[in-house]
Design a protein around this ligand. Structure first.
Ligand code: DGT
Ligand code: CA
Ligand code: CA
Ligand code: ZN
Length: 575
């Protein structure tokens, strides 16, 4: 995390406490901390890594409780106190603070002067040019708010797949306990593994819908009930996401599963095929005249129109049906095919766990290897290491490997691609590593051609194995930098570099579409989590889902290989 991010959070806490009329000294403490962090020349994360809480408390303006917040933020990615505080304000208020340029005070000002209490109203006011009349709203600030609004608008009402997943798990977990329920299937975009989900669609089969509806609408995750009927209900969950449930006859299950999994375009194409065969497909089954000929399983639905089973991730309404007809569907990669993670961080840079803890967690997932790829010195964000510090880390890895049976920690680094395309570390150092991933962490706003050449230059280094998060996007937060991805794919192919599918839920980078392009061009991929804590290794499944949506098979991914084969692939470029 960058110093400015810590500072921003503390400014926000201060403002929120101020709005609550909290004790002046408390407010002042957060302001002081924020100010000092902004002016602090060293990297806060790095200071904590090296000296712990004590070292933080030595920074002017940082006392014990602020130091603890920083620790919490580094280790868990959140501050509980902040999350609790934010819940005391109306949702629109908190929503507006997600727009860059808008803090609590501005949010309050907007409410007071213009009665704005939602992003929607802010959008309207911005369009009508009302913002320029507000105190403190200069041209630059207005421009920032506009940009922030644009980004928000594009992700409007959509949630990260991982966030939907948390709710789905909680909901399914509770419904499963009901003896009245036979089958449960979360359908829709969630089942298709889409990177963002608009709403959750849950199908259940039951002979007694009453108790099912009762339980569903009273779940602790439910904020309010939109509609409750005998076989279908809709609710708004605590995070603002909608969830729909439908109770079905078991004999309809396959037809409903297919219909509600979508996507819509895929459904339309399937129904057109059915019509040509004199059939009628609906969510209730497949009809031939007045006779029902299928509906219990999804496979039956596909079979009725002469197709093999198409996995949900491929149901995108593009060319999957044509290729299914020709028998050219891929055998998609599975999470269980992954044998190790090649992009992770330890407490040597900005990770929350030691190398050993990371390795233990990887072993628990059944992995054979794990590459530790801590940041390099230019990434101040990540407490990046110098060459000398890296050498110490490598010695530690050697020691650890001599103790770990049947598991290998691979030596790695996530090396910064500097603005001119050169790398942060010398070849002398890189050649001592098993896995070198490179990535862009600075100067995002370069012109497209310059950025493309910058990255391609890095790929030409013979020690560079993987280009990490190739477009730099953060879903709903930051657009990809301008880059010619086709050229990058070609350069990866030409240089024998692998492209990453970063599984971190707000990255998913390469995206599904880019995965498919890379595969078509014969570029091998590496699906990695970019974990900054041991628990995050489990995020791998989101990367796998994204790859599946990109038609990726086991053989297209280097970290499905056993260790020896993987090492061959990693060292091939050096010859
Ligand atoms: P989302 O929620 O925006 O992320 O996307 P989906 O795909 O989950 O869409 P949703 O929740 O509106 O509907 C779930 C599925 O139900 C959708 O994927 C296909 C099916 N469906 C919904 N409306 C229609 C429709 O008008 N025609 C057809 N053919 N299928 C529909
Ligand atoms: Ca949906
Ligand atoms: Ca829906
Ligand atoms: Zn990383």
């Amino acid at each position: 995390m960058e110093n400015s991010e810590f500072a921003k959070l503390f400014w926000q806490i201060a403002e929120l406490l101020e709005l609550k009329n909290e004790n002046r000294f408390k407010v002042r403490a957060y302001q002081k901390a924020a100010q000092n962090i902004e002016n602090f020349s060293d990297d806060i994360t790095g200071v904590f890594k090296k000296g712990g809480l004590k070292a933080l408390e030595n920074i002017p303006g940082i006392g014990e409780s602020i130091a603890e917040h920083i620790e919490e933020l580094i280790k868990t990615g959140r501050i509980k106190k902040y999350e609790k505080l934010i819940k005391e304000f109306p949702r629109g208020f908190v929503e507006m603070m997600q727009v860059p340029g808008i803090g609590p005070k501005t949010a309050l000002l907007l409410k007071k002067k213009l009665k704005i209490d939602s992003i929607e109203k802010l959008q309207k006011a911005s369009e009508r040019g009302l913002l320029k009349n507000l105190p403190g709203f200069k041209e630059k600030k207005i421009e920032n708010v506009k940009k922030g609004l644009e980004l928000k608008a594009r992700s409007k009402g959509r949630f990260l797949l991982s966030e939907a997943d948390e709710y789905v798990k909680a909901i399914v977990g509770q419904l499963e306990k009901l003896k009245e329920i036979d089958q449960i299937l979360p359908a829709g975009s969630f089942r298709r593994g889409q990177e963002t989900v608009g709403d959750i669609d849950i199908l259940v089969t039951s002979k007694k819908p009453g108790p099912v509806m009762d339980t569903f609408t009273k779940l602790p995750q439910v904020e309010r009930v939109l509609a409750e009927g005998p076989t279908r209900s809709s609710v708004i969950l605590k995070n603002g996401m909608q969830a729909d449930i439908r109770v079905l006859e078991p004999s309809n299950f396959g037809a409903a599963a297919h219909y509600f999994t979508g996507n819509k375009q895929h459904n339309i194409l399937i129904r057109e095929m059915a019509v040509k065969k004199g059939l009628k497909i609906s969510e209730y089954g497949v009809m031939k005249g007045n006779r029902r000929i299928a509906g219990k399983t999804e496979a039956e639905i596909f079979a009725a129109v002469g197709l093999p089973y198409i996995p949900p991730e491929l149901r995108q309404g593009t060319d999957e049906i044509d290729l299914a007809k020709k028998g050219e569907l891929p055998k998609l990669i599975e999470t269980s095919d992954i044998r190790g993670d090649l992009h992770t961080h330890s407490s040597h840079s900005d990770g929350g766990n030691s190398i050993e803890e990371m390795a233990e967690a990887a072993k628990k997932l059944g992995y054979e290897y794990l590459a530790v790829t801590d940041h390099t010195v230019s990434t101040r964000v990540g407490g990046g290491q110098t060459e000398k510090e890296l050498l110490k880390e490598l010695a530690e890895i050697d020691k650890l490997n001599s103790r770990l049976n049947g598991f290998r920690v691979l030596k790695g680094a996530e090396v910064d691609i500097l603005p001119d395309g050169s790398l942060d570390f010398s070849d002398e150092i890189l050649k001592q590593l098993d896995v070198v991933t490179v990535s862009v962490h600075s100067n995002f706003k370069m012109p497209r051609e310059k950025m493309t050449n910058r990255i391609i230059k890095a790929l030409h280094n013979k020690y560079v194995n993987i280009l990490s998060h190739p477009t730099g996007r953060l879903i709903g937060k930051r657009d990809p930098y301008a880059v010619d991805i086709e050229k990058i794919i070609k350069a990866a192919k030409a240089t024998g570099t692998y492209l990453e599918v970063n599984a971190y839920p707000e990255r998913l980078d390469l995206s599904d579409v880019h995965c498919r392009r890379a595969k078509e061009q014969g570029v091998l991929l590496s699906i990695n989590t970019d974990s900054h804590a041991a628990l995050q290794l489990q995020l791998i499944k989101y990367g796998v889902l994204t790859a599946r949506r990109g038609w990726v098979e086991k053989r297209d991914v280097i970290n499905t290989r056993p260790l020896e084969k993987l090492l061959k692939l990693l060292y091939a470029k050096r010859k």
